[in-house]
Design a protein around this ligand. Sequence first.
Ligand code: 6PG
Length: 248
Amino acid sequence: MSVEQAGELLVLPDPAALAEEGARRFVALAGAAIKTRGRFRVALSGGSTPRALHERLAQQHRGAVDWERVEVFWGDERFVPPDDPESCYRMARETLLDHVPVPAANIYPMPTVGSTPEAAAQAYAETLAAVLDAKTPRFDLIFLGLGPDGHTASLFPGHPEVLAPSGALVVAVHDAPKPPSTRLTCTYKVLNAAANVIFLVAGADKAATLRAVLRGPLDVARLPAQGVRPAAGSLVWLADAAAREIGD
Ligand code: 6PG
């Protein structure tokens, strides 16, 4: 995959610097979006890497964001109740949303109770289209992670939605190799419509995968993260030094 397609890579010395850089970019993009459009629409990522970034936003950068004008969504979610320890929503609440004045009406968790994963995916697609009022919702910012197997959001290697995108905005995922096995995920249609996509990648266990994604041949079926190439937006990889060990 060429450098152009891979986006900008910024290597930070350690996870704390990575979190700070991510938080700084959130603040800058929020300020710009609120200035021009009166609101900032961000989709958060699950996993462990965003935690430190969330905490920096809630503490060191709390006063730098007009939280009343921030609308919060998720790029994917584990199909567990919102108070489950595995819930991405719960993680975001505990590390960020319980500590900043985002109005409750501006927080749009993926629905994970009371319906099937397929019905929940459809419902969230309708929410995205309604709130962002577009056939193809355009987020101001989407945070994504990278799994050691090359997955991002809940788009896993060999998954039907990766092999043959359905055109849906959100799909249900079954048999995810990363527990919990049932999940909901935004598709490339949403990820590649974003104005800004920022990958957060930390740790030596990601180094070989990051190198393959950025420098290896294009093979989205094997490395779904390679399928993230915003059509009219910026793509930035924030990685810590440990994740950038192998190769050049
Ligand atoms: C999830 C995520 C997933 C995550 C990567 C990286 O719900 O698990 O959306 O895509 O971002 O697996 O996870 P870590 O940050 O924990 O390494």
